[in-house]
Design a protein around this ligand. Structure first.
Ligand SMILES: Cc1cc2nc3c(=O)[nH]c(=O)nc-3n(C[C@H](O)[C@H](O)[C@H](O)COP(=O)(O)OP(=O)(O)OC[C@H]3O[C@@H](n4cnc5c(N)ncnc54)[C@H](O)[C@@H]3O)c2cc1C
Length: 381
């Protein structure tokens, strides 16, 4: 039996985050960050000051020690107000926390985690390359040990928030003779290191979250600038996939719910043929579908994070939650656009932002095709 009811503490956390975001992250702020393509520094600092950045970080390293379900509750609420903000939080704090907690040395944990919780440092995660996306383990960026230093050469693609990061968790090939999954190491790269060049990529949506490509030319790192074991970097990626898919699903569910809430208001106000457009049966059917799909996505999500918190592997369940929530979000944004007619096409309404932002949900963290492959693989084992 699984109970998906939130605890009193989780309800309290969600309500207090909601009050915080209503005050510090109103719709005008979200629109401005989108229009200016600006990283939300002011909000980030306030989240840090209130202790929210420490949610996934263990208490002994200055955080709150939240569970996966706590984090899901947080991200769902955050994404309801500001989807790019929730993605930024996930990218700059959660991925790194997860990697450091599981694979970092005690020294790294003590040095980095408390500063991460205080918002003094930010992280980015760089796995993808121009020629390796879905087949991520075929990456070619090369790391060679020369004496006491690693020398890194190559090019990384699609690294979110690298521009704003103090450290990049960089995946590079440290053994070319080993099978592709076994010769990869996770490096701790300070992007100010000589030989590193970070360039901004222009993209469709999620404008406040920068996307970068990274060029590495004879970049020298100390021998111990790695997270986990040499040649075991792929393990770092695999170990945390279920957890990460829960986080991404939470963002999708929160953002999809935001589409529904906005369109409920709009269709209740807009009149055509002398009546509210929410009185038309065709509109009502769309609203019913949206609500049902979001609820189904939420149930898949809460099942998955409950399994993570119980330590039960849930490769299929988390892939299902990720896949269904991402496609639900895309459909919700599309449906919202349709119900707004020409008004949805205007930049002054938020639905176009969801329409642009939602597409990444079907790409990042595994494309819809890759997630279907993972689910079907479990079926035919
Ligand atoms: C905004 C944004 C932010 C990102 N942030 C990060 C980040 O911070 N760090 C990072 O490392 N990466 C990041 N990525 C990269 C992202 O993870 C990849 O884009 C994604 O994994 C897909 O890889 P690809 O784009 O190279 O597509 P490809 O792998 O080239 O896929 C192209 C198409 O082929 C399909 N395909 C591939 N293999 C198969 C198969 N076996 N069977 C069927 N179909 C298949 C795919 O589903 C897709 O439809 C980001 C991407 C974007 C757009």
């Amino acid at each position: 039996m699984m109970n998906f009811d939130l605890t009193d503490e989780q309800r309290l956390m969600r309500d207090s985050l909601r009050s915080f975001l209503l005050k510090e992250c109103p719709p005008e702020y979200v629109r401005q960050c989108d229009e200016d393509e600006a990283f939300p520094f002011a909000l980030y600092d306030k989240l840090a000051a209130e202790g929210w950045l420490g949610l996934p970080i263990p208490e002994e390293y200055g955080g709150m020690g939240g569970s996966c379900t706590d984090l899901v509750v947080f991200l769902e609420e955050f994404a309801h107000h500001f989807e790019a903000g929730a993605n930024i939080f996930y990218t700059t704090v959660v991925i790194a926390t997860d990697a450091l907690v599981h694979f970092g040395s005690e020294e790294q944990k003590q040095e980095l985690l408390p500063r991460l919780a205080k918002g003094e440092i930010r992280f980015a995660f760089s796995l993808s390359e121009p020629n390796s996306g879905s087949d991520a383990a075929s990456l070619r960026t090369r790391a060679v040990l020369e004496g006491d230093e690693w020398v890194i050469n190559g090019q990384k693609m699609f690294c979110s928030c690298a521009q704003e990061a103090d450290y990049i968790l960089l995946m590079a090939r440290s053994d070319t003779d080993a099978p592709k999954h076994k010769g990869i190491t996770m490096f701790l790269l300070d992007p100010k290191t000589p030989g590193v060049e970070v360039r901004k990529l222009k993209k469709l949506g999620l404008k406040p979250m920068d996307l970068n490509e990274i060029f590495l030319k004879d970049v020298r790192l100390p021998k111990d600038a790695i997270v986990g074991e040499v040649n075991s970097g792929w393990m770092n990626v695999l170990k945390t996939l279920d957890y990460e898919r829960c986080c991404l699903s939470a963002v999708n569910v929160g953002a999809a719910q935001s589409c529904l809430d906005k369109i409920l208001t709009y269709t209740d106000e807009r009149q055509q043929f002398g009546q509210k457009i929410n009185s038309f049966q065709l509109t009502r059917a769309k609203l019913a579908d949206m609500d049902m799909e979001i609820e189904a996505a939420r149930l898949l999500l809460y099942r998955s994070c409950t399994l993570v918190d119980r330590g039960i592997p849930n490769n299929k369940e988390s892939a299902m939650a990720n896949l269904y929530s991402s496609e639900t979000y895309v459909r919700a944004a599309m449906s919202g656009m349709r119900m707004m007619g020409g008004w949805g096409y205007l930049m002054e309404y938020d639905m176009q932002r969801h329409f642009r932002d939602s597409k990444l949900a079907e790409i990042g963290g595994g494309t819809s095709e890759i997630l279907r492959i993972i689910i079907s693989r479990e079926l035919t084992k």
